[in-house]
Ligand binder design. Structure first.
Ligand code: ADP
Ligand code: GLC
Length: 508
């Protein structure tokens, strides 16, 4: 016994210090689910006893929110970037150390971290995130005055993809883990950019960063990290297919022994209808009847008909083809002719979707409310107020809103894909009888299948209320906290340290 405990302790000491690198983290910067994960997983790991530090670019709003900050490195030179780099340190939620990488000229811009005010990618995104990666690499290789050195660098999405690639040639590197949150975003740039960034020439190779004559940031993570994860088990198999592998399915298959899917958790401190500061009426599975006041408040707020009997559908998200925004637009007519149905929608994205939704709301203000933009508090009110939540995503690596919906007793209506398939139990007659259903699952991703699922929801909703309440309560009782997933990551950190990937560019 003594020996095995000692063994475990020694092992965990070797994989205890984690540098968690991401391009956004709630509440410091958020455009989507990556921020929810990077803002909550490190805390869960910290609570498991790991020494986790988060590293992010120093966006102006992040700097403001993290004050007091102190400068831990006042001037660092990184290859490929002429200017100086500063590293600032602060603490999030009083417990999580955070490093902000301050690169004047690259990150000190107001607004979206990836897009300019016209909604186009910043022209220098490659330079910005390559420089960020170089700083992470310098910290990982003990090339800065900092005395803290990670055992594992956990990278997330393409913005951090160069880190495992740049580290791979160093025998004294820490272990690396790369999480794919969305393979659809790969960080692709032309060959000239590869040269301008002064990346090591050997990385221009189809086993490395080259992808059909382009520079691929995400390949750096996938090809070189010791372990690769995706954010749900189903998505980790879907990306092995041509349909969702985007040409990387071959490489991903090659990495199969080191590829796994770990479901995201959610932060129940921020998403809890019993204490949510943004909602009109707090409630729980035991006091579900109190949820109705949220619906009334939102109907009033948004100018919908105030009708307790209306079936109110909610939707929040980026308005892009991935999320099936067009499928929602296609069912609007049917919804308007349905039996007292309403829709509240919050999102931003492709202009044609924004316009179609705004116009539908203008024409039918009693039944459709559309808010274009980003509004964290309204997102909470929609989760609490809606009767059911629409997530017709064509693909969804994990998805967080269905998890928030479950917690808020707002059964989700989801396409059977990725994390949606892994987290929602369909209200088929079998599952209703077994009393374990939590929502409505449909396939394929078409507007008619979505509409059919919405009608199934309506049928159950119009039955005596115990039926619907049962479904809602089942969802509320699911546990998608980070605990289990954080333990799975801890196990992978250990594996990555113990069994690193030999540099794939060096032939044995
Ligand atoms: P993705 O990361 O692909 O956009 P997720 O479901 O993982 O999808 O996460 C999206 C996150 O962003 C959720 O926390 C969701 O509430 C939030 N979100 C998306 N759009 C908006 C918006 N317009 N206003 C407020 N929150 C939003
Ligand atoms: C991505 C995915 C989403 C996932 C999120 C957090 O943005 O599109 O499905 O929930 O990352 O992992």
């Amino acid at each position: 016994m003594g020996t095995s405990n000692q063994f475990l302790e020694e092992n965990s000491v070797r994989s205890n210090k984690i540098l968690f690198a991401a391009s956004e983290a709630q509440p410091l910067m958020k455009t989507g689910g990556l921020a929810d994960v990077a803002g909550s997983l490190p805390l869960a790991l910290h609570q498991l006893g790991l020494d986790v530090r988060l590293i992010l670019p120093a966006y102006p709003t992040s700097v403001e929110q993290l004050i007091p900050l102190h400068t831990v490195i006042s001037s660092l030179k990184v290859p490929g970037w002429g200017g100086q780099v500063r590293i600032l340190a602060g603490t999030l939620h009083g417990e999580l150390p955070v490093y902000l990488v301050d690169i004047p000229g690259l990150f000190d811009r107001i607004g979206n971290p990836y897009l300019d005010p016209q909604g186009h990618n910043w022209r220098d995104n490659a330079d910005r995130f390559a420089a960020f990666c170089r700083v992470v690499v310098a910290m990982a290789l003990k090339q800065t005055p900092l005395e803290w050195h990670p055992d594992v660098v956990h990278c997330n999405d393409w913005q951090t993809g160069l880190v495992p690639a740049l580290l791979s040639a160093h025998w004294d590197r820490p272990a690396t883990l790369f999480t794919i949150h969305n393979l659809a975003y790969q960080g692709l740039f032309d060959r000239g950019t590869f040269q301008r960034l002064r990346l090591p020439p050997e990385l221009w190779n189809h086993h490395a960063l080259e992808f059909h004559q382009q520079l691929s940031f995400i390949k750096g993570g996938i090809a070189f990290a010791d372990r690769v994860t995706t954010v749900s088990p189903t998505y980790s198999s879907e990306i092995l297919t041509p349909e969702l592998g985007y040409g990387l399915e071959g490489l991903l298959r090659h990495r199969l022994p080191h590829l796994s899917g770990i479901l995201n958790g959610i932060d129940y401190r921020q998403w809890d209808p019993r204490s949510d500061p943004h909602i009109a009426s707090h409630y729980s599975a035991e006091t579900l009847h109190l949820k109705a006041a949220n619906k009334q408040a939102l109907q009033q707020e948004l100018g919908l008909a105030v009708d307790p009997e209306a079936l109110l559908f909610g939707h929040i998200g980026r308005l892009v083809p991935q999320k099936g925004s067009d499928l929602i637009i296609e069912i609007l007519d049917a919804l308007l002719h349905g039996d007292r149905m309403q829709l509240v929608l919050l999102g931003s994205g492709d202009e044609q979707y924004e316009q179609a939704l705004s116009q539908a709301a203008l024409r039918n203000p009693q039944q459709i409310a559309s808010r274009i933009g980003y509004d964290e508090a309204l997102a909470h009110r929609i989760e609490a107020a809606s009767d059911a939540f629409l997530m017709p995503s064509r693909f969804e690596p994990c998805g967080l809103n269905q998890l928030y919906s479950l917690r808020y007793g707002t059964p989700p209506i989801v396409h059977r894909t990725g994390g949606l398939a892994d987290t929602v139990i369909n209200a088929s007659s079998d599952h209703i009888l077994a009393a374990d259903a939590t929502g409505f699952v449909f396939e394929p991703a078409t507007s008619s299948a979505l509409w059919e699922a919405m009608q199934r929801a309506e049928t159950l909703f119009r039955r005596p209320s115990v039926w619907w309440e049962h479904l809602a309560r089942n969802g509320m009782q699911q546990d998608f906290s980070w605990q289990r997933s954080a333990v799975a990551y801890r196990e992978l950190y250990l594996q990555a340290v113990d069994d690193p990937l030999p540099n794939p560019l060096v032939k044995p």
